[in-house]
Design a protein around this ligand. Sequence first.
Ligand code: PEP
Ligand code: CO
Length: 451
Amino acid sequence: MWAPDSWRQKKQIQLPVYPNLEKLSQVEKTLGGYPPLVFAGETRILKRRLAQVSEGKAFLLQGGDCAESFQDFKANSIRDTFRILLQMAAILTLSEKRPVIKLGRVAGQFAKPRSNDQEVRGELSLPSYRGDIINGFDFAKQDRTPDPERMLRAYTQAASTLNLLRAFSQGGYADLHQVHAWNLDFVKKSVQNSNYESIAKRLDETLAFMEAIGITSESSAQIRVVEFFTSHEALLLPYEQALLRQDSTTARLQDGYEGDWYACAAHFLWIGERTRDIDSAQIEFLRGVKNPIGLKCGPSMTPDDLIKLIDVLSPENEAGRLTLITRMGHQNLEKFLPKLIRRVRKEGRSVVWCCDPMHGNTITTSNGYKTRKFAHILGEVNAFKEVHESEGTYAGGVHFELTGKDVVECLGGDRVITEENLAAGGYETLCDPRLNATQALELAFQLCKTK
Ligand code: PEP
Ligand code: CO
């Protein structure tokens, strides 16, 4: 039997050990009394959109920071991430001729799985940094000790971020007439500018035509507003449980049923590669919520493992419920993905296939920087599309770690970034390397090209 806290009896993977349990339970109680960040009905809309993706009628664009941070909590950072996603979506919509579902890794993407529990520097061994919702980045005992109160700060930041995203989505910023204004100053200086401006021009012409026949921002919400959804990895379960809510609109008077459970910290939650053990607390938690959910699938995932996980996570086989986010690495994808696709198809399971070309392609340079090569990222997405094409399935979406800022974290792209550049400033991430705005745009254009 599933219950909001049944995950506590399961395998605890990647969960922090809080020294002060009393403080932890106080924080859980406080958060439990706060308003939910999203409404169940919104997550059902997203599930319907993802059902369209599973039928090949829409495309999923998921992206944002590897990890949000307390320090970089600024309107401009939120806006820049939002607008690069809008720009990419505009490019992909014009090329795919299908709706693009915009899903940010934002407003709650704070907790990080780590390969090692401890980090050792010289004589000192301290808990690894696990994201600002858990502990601090600085290598000092006080910072690295998990502190439950960080969850309250993360909630406040998520609420405020979401508020701004809702304002941008609804308040005119996302109006398609703004397509030129979305372009960032530094992008204007890059090779991508002329590609982007020609897309924007096509859009201008289309909008002018539509206006001539009476379809305007005033008459049509589709031009004026966007649907924007939020997502993060369901890792820190005390936080996620505290934000679970029962949806009263699904309650039934006749048998006293109090309603379905929804994880209300984001519209969409996913299970990471390191916590997808069938007995993990994270799998137990997510199986009981009605949100659309994701599952990362790395190269070690076997078809049997996958079917067992689908049995648990999507027993009703509802379209839009489960997105499989494959992250195999550019050299591994052709070897491992076809087996998964064939098995899922043979068993008649409804899923969305989405490609994360970031997490299987991380390397460390000789000068100690974690980075990714643009060519590998593009290579994995292209291989993903080709495999789906030859299997007769639909390559439904992409999942990127990106930022709208002009950072220097991934190698390559048309403004060639080399290993030496990483050390010369602009490497800002506290976690994984992100595509910068020009690299993200270039990728969107390249994705259209291979069609
Ligand atoms: C992530 O998406 O930031 C992440 C840690 O991915 P994965 O679980 O696929 O390694
Ligand atoms: Co990452």
